[in-house]
Design a protein around this ligand. Structure first.
Ligand code: 5GP
Ligand code: ZN
Length: 137
């Protein structure tokens, strides 16, 4: 897509610190890292969100995420890795080209994951049922 910043990175129009590339996938350092080594993994084809990525391509992306996560962990000697993928503006997606964040974690780095809510009695099964309905369609 012409005005997509990540497509411009893929085309080499915007520079990046490239970590990994194959015919389907590109990975590069995030310009605003949680911790050094924070890497973005993207499909080279422009798709906005997870749901838009064809399954075969998605397999390539997730396998690359696995491989790169190990290299990041060894490369920056962090304690662990968090993965994040925001889908949709409301979920915090700023760049509308699907991407997985590989975030090196160190003890006490202050990254908060999410607040935890609760269910009323019986509510959990109802919510579960609603989701399962769509899987069985
Ligand atoms: P999102 O908030 O959409 O999940 O994440 C987008 C990420 O892209 C942000 O963490 C941001 O720092 C990163 N980013 C935005 N523009 C650029 C850029 O031009 N180069 C690089 N390397 N990262 C970018
Ligand atoms: Zn794009």
């Amino acid at each position: 897509m012409e005005d997509c910043i990540f497509c411009k990175i893929i085309k080499g129009e915007i520079p990046c610190s490239k970590v990994y590339e194959d015919s389907n996938v590109l990975a590069f350092l995030d310009i605003g890292p949680v911790n050094h080594g924070h890497t973005l993994v993207i499909p080279k084809e422009h798709h906005k969100e997870l749901k838009d990525i064809p399954d075969e391509l998605l397999k390539n992306v997730i396998v690359a995420v696995k491989k790169i996560s190990s290299a990041v962990k060894s490369g920056v000697s962090c304690d662990g890795i968090s993965l994040n993928m925001s889908n949709g503006e409301e979920a915090g997606q700023v760049v509308p080209h699907a991407h997985v964040h590989i975030i090196p974690r160190v003890k006490g780095d202050g990254l908060k994951l999410w607040p935890q809510n609760t269910y009323e009695d019986g509510e959990m099964d109802k919510v579960c049922g609603k989701i399962v309905t769509f899987l069985n369609e």
